[in-house]
Ligand binder design. Sequence first.
Ligand SMILES: Nc1ncnc2c1ncn2[C@@H]1O[C@H](COP(=O)(O)OP(=O)(O)OP(=O)(O)O)[C@@H](O)[C@H]1O
Ligand SMILES: Nc1ncnc2c1ncn2[C@@H]1O[C@H](COP(=O)(O)OP(=O)(O)OP(=O)(O)O)[C@@H](O)[C@H]1O
Ligand SMILES: [Mg+2]
Ligand SMILES: [Mg+2]
Lengths: 234, 234
Amino acid sequence: LIDLKNVTKVYQLGDVEVHALRGVSLQIHAGEIVSLVGPSGSGKSTMMNMLGCLDRPTAGSCLLDGVAIEKLSADERAAIRNRKIGFVFQSFNLLSRTSALENVELPMMYSQKLTAKQRRKRAEDLLELVDLKDRHDHFPSQLSGGQQQRVAIARALANDPPILLADEPTGNLDSKTGGDVLRLFHRLNREKGLTIIIVTHDHHVARATRRQIVMRDGQVLIDTTDAEEAIRAI
Amino acid sequence: LIDLKNVTKVYQLGDVEVHALRGVSLQIHAGEIVSLVGPSGSGKSTMMNMLGCLDRPTAGSCLLDGVAIEKLSADERAAIRNRKIGFVFQSFNLLSRTSALENVELPMMYSQKLTAKQRRKRAEDLLELVDLKDRHDHFPSQLSGGQQQRVAIARALANDPPILLADEPTGNLDSKTGGDVLRLFHRLNREKGLTIIIVTHDHHVARATRRQIVMRDGQVLIDTTDAEEAIRAI
Ligand SMILES: Nc1ncnc2c1ncn2[C@@H]1O[C@H](COP(=O)(O)OP(=O)(O)OP(=O)(O)O)[C@@H](O)[C@H]1O
Ligand SMILES: Nc1ncnc2c1ncn2[C@@H]1O[C@H](COP(=O)(O)OP(=O)(O)OP(=O)(O)O)[C@@H](O)[C@H]1O
Ligand SMILES: [Mg+2]
Ligand SMILES: [Mg+2]
């Protein structure tokens, strides 16, 4: 489903180069639930940008459903993302001047498949899934950190994408609410075959996935189904 | 040191009222390390705003070092905060157009006690404390989530305040880096008597503090030194 081959990402800052990814190869298959773990600064969010076609590699190739992403224009990448990828950002990236409901509706407007009434109904249902239905008309600044995170999760699911990329989706949630979110993800994986990649610092979250990829210094250190081996290696 | 008496905070949203704090009373003594835990939306960040004089209560009183904060003007509160309180925000609140170093220097410029050279040196030392010295000239968008969080921590310590309020300071950090931050906090508490209040969803962090305050629905549910009792109650 997603195939990275020798992906390198170098950020140029003046005359300093930051090697965020140093030749990473990995394959994600449809229906998998994978966690991506590793120290702060090891390249996880950068890896997620590659997996989610948000950014182009400096070198190497990213295949999504057989399509070479690095060869597409920005518009073509945006169209593919909108249909195929739900992204929960590490810093949420909600629009501050639109309500929770409108934030969730936004990806649906791009694809233009639903009427305004259908969009609204779907957005309300998604907010209910993350226990925020009564907050639909609140703006992000009127929501707690964990509530904003849940709006971001609802928005990622708006277009019913086949792939969900979640960058630390439970970082601002207490263990009960975080547990509810993970149960939701697992349910969507079972019922719809949703492919899920979760960046996490939480060992409990990592243990609840079937495969763990451990990163360090822009490389994949370990790729395993043995959660304890992965956790020891972080 | 900090004394909240019957503090209430109501947010008015159109004709809906959100009761974020419903009559909270608590005392924090100099030299304490306290964790504040509870479900998403239970009022922890709002409580931190009260403790840190960032906001006025709707009713009740906040005494900081015997001074009634709710009676002060916004300027007077800002002056007290700058001297006495270091705040690590849940969403970091770094200035996006200034470098990591300048973000850390900012609180020092307000108090005008140091020369430019002294400020720069202190900011570099603080960034080194959080393992980011080589990133001093990077902008927040050029840093990982956990690196931004560490810049926010360094900035909170800039004026060597007697009180540190940290709203989920390890949420974006792997367990090793998070552990380093907590060890730093404990060391400052031992060596300088720094009073620390940490909002956290992480049970390990809560166990490492001497007192746990559990919130639910805008009220204090439990105030204890028995970490396990607190964790069961979340
Ligand atoms: N500016 C605001 N306007 C309206 N309501 C607000 C505002 N800020 C917070 N609230 C509401 O007040 C309640 C408490 O929010 P608060 O941010 O203190 O929760 P929290 O315990 O920090 O949650 P989290 O763990 O998710 O960060 C929530 O219901 C929230 O939606
Ligand atoms: N836009 C950018 N410009 C320059 N350097 C960047 C940029 N984005 C990330 N980096 C750097 O690339 C490296 C990897 O960053 P990344 O955000 O992928 O780390 P991460 O594993 O997600 O960390 P965290 O757990 O702290 O979120 C870091 O050293 C970071 O400072
Ligand atoms: Mg990251
Ligand atoms: Mg909060």
